[in-house]
Design a protein around this ligand. Structure first.
Ligand code: XMP
Length: 317
């Protein structure tokens, strides 16, 4: 009789048997799949696992710290690589979306490879591949979409390993989430919405600077916090803010302002191939708008995206 507890026990036994006393390396992104993969391997082999979290500085508000908090106290070797300055360096002057994706993807691989080299030879490279990734073509779901995006930067070629271990490759997304809960991962991590590999790099329109990312992180946090408070979050597939390049005129007291336009995007979808914009009540939008404008002087205007996919994509870039 199949249940998640039994599956977990037998999977841990299987991993112990296969890995023995050998060393495993995992690139931890903080996404659902790599997080559950790390937690599972931690149960099975503890400190024989090394997790490298490359912090590109393009995560959501305080998300890098949350990842460090969760995995820093887990029974694994965890390393957060603070590579923010390197990524911002590579992004200086880059404005075109695909060029940004490429720059971020390539730098990610480079940083990961450097860190892997410093560790020396490992026996296994672990990957959080899930079943829909394996049958990519057939299902065309969220994971497949994301996978194709991810491969923009390529897979690590210069990491010295013998074999690959993919402990989630028989599981669907909802099973991976249930396993994550069983392994004691925080709810917010297990129910995390899809988040693009290039992160906020493609949610800051045009050139990505630390100042713009900081502004977007704070605005995006307020948006999501107010949606939570209003009880709207549960019905949304994805919600986020986008910092546009458009500045607009405003007046605050006796002063003229010229702040950025922030776009809010919230969608419902089953498969991320098509999506509808969420019907967020006007009074909730009003509260969000008032708070963001009041708390973030760099932002002068808020718009809500009422475009379906198709024709628009979910992301703005
Ligand atoms: P679009 O914008 O194509 O997004 O409607 C569909 C889903 O894919 C995510 N997405 C990405 N994920 N790297 C990723 O890992 C990317 O470059 C990327 N672009 C879009 C998007 O958030 C949505 O869930």
């Amino acid at each position: 009789d199949w249940n998640m507890e039994n599956y977990l026990d037998s999977e841990i036994a299987r991993l112990k048997e296969r890995i023995g006393g050998k060393k495993v390396l995992l690139a931890l992104s903080g996404g659902v799949d790599s997080s559950v993969c790390a937690a599972l391997l931690s149960r099975a082999i503890g400190k024989q696992l090394t997790c490298i979290f490359v912090d590109h500085g393009l995560m959501r508000y305080k998300e890098g710290d949350a990842i460090e908090e969760t995995f820093g106290k887990m029974d694994v070797n965890f390393k957060r690589v603070n590579a923010q300055a390197r990524f911002f360096g590579k992004l200086a002057g880059v404005t075109e979306p695909e060029a940004k994706r490429k720059a971020i993807g390539e730098e990610f691989i480079r940083v990961f490879e450097e860190e892997a080299k410093a560790i020396g030879k490992v026996d296994f490279l672990a990957q959080g591949t899930i079943y829909p990734d394996v049958v990519e073509s057939g299902l065309g779901g969220e994971s497949a979409v994301i996978k194709s995006h991810h491969n923009v930067g390529g897979l690590p070629e210069h990491v010295d390993f013998e074999d690959i271990v993919e402990p989630l490759n028989m599981l669907f997304k909802d099973e991976v989430r249930r396993l994550g809960i069983l392994l004691g991962l925080p709810k917010e991590m297990v129910w995390r919405q899809p988040f693009p590999g290039p992160g906020l790099g493609i949610r800051v329109m045009g050139e990505v600077t630390p100042e713009k990312v900081d502004l977007l992180q704070k605005a995006d946090f307020i948006f999501r916090e107010e949606l939570d408070k209003a009880g709207e979050s549960g019905s949304l597939s994805q919600c986020f803010a986008v910092l546009t390049e458009q500045r607009t005129v405003g007046v605050v007291g006796d002063f003229r302002t010229y702040g950025y336009t922030l776009a809010l995007r919230a969608v419902t979808t089953d498969d991320f191939m098509t999506a509808d914009f969420a019907r967020i009540p006007y009074d909730v939008l009003e509260k969000i708008s008032t708070r963001i404008i009041g708390e973030l002087p760099g932002i002068g205007r808020i718009v809500y995206d009422v475009t379906t996919k198709p024709p628009a994509t979910i992301e703005w870039e």
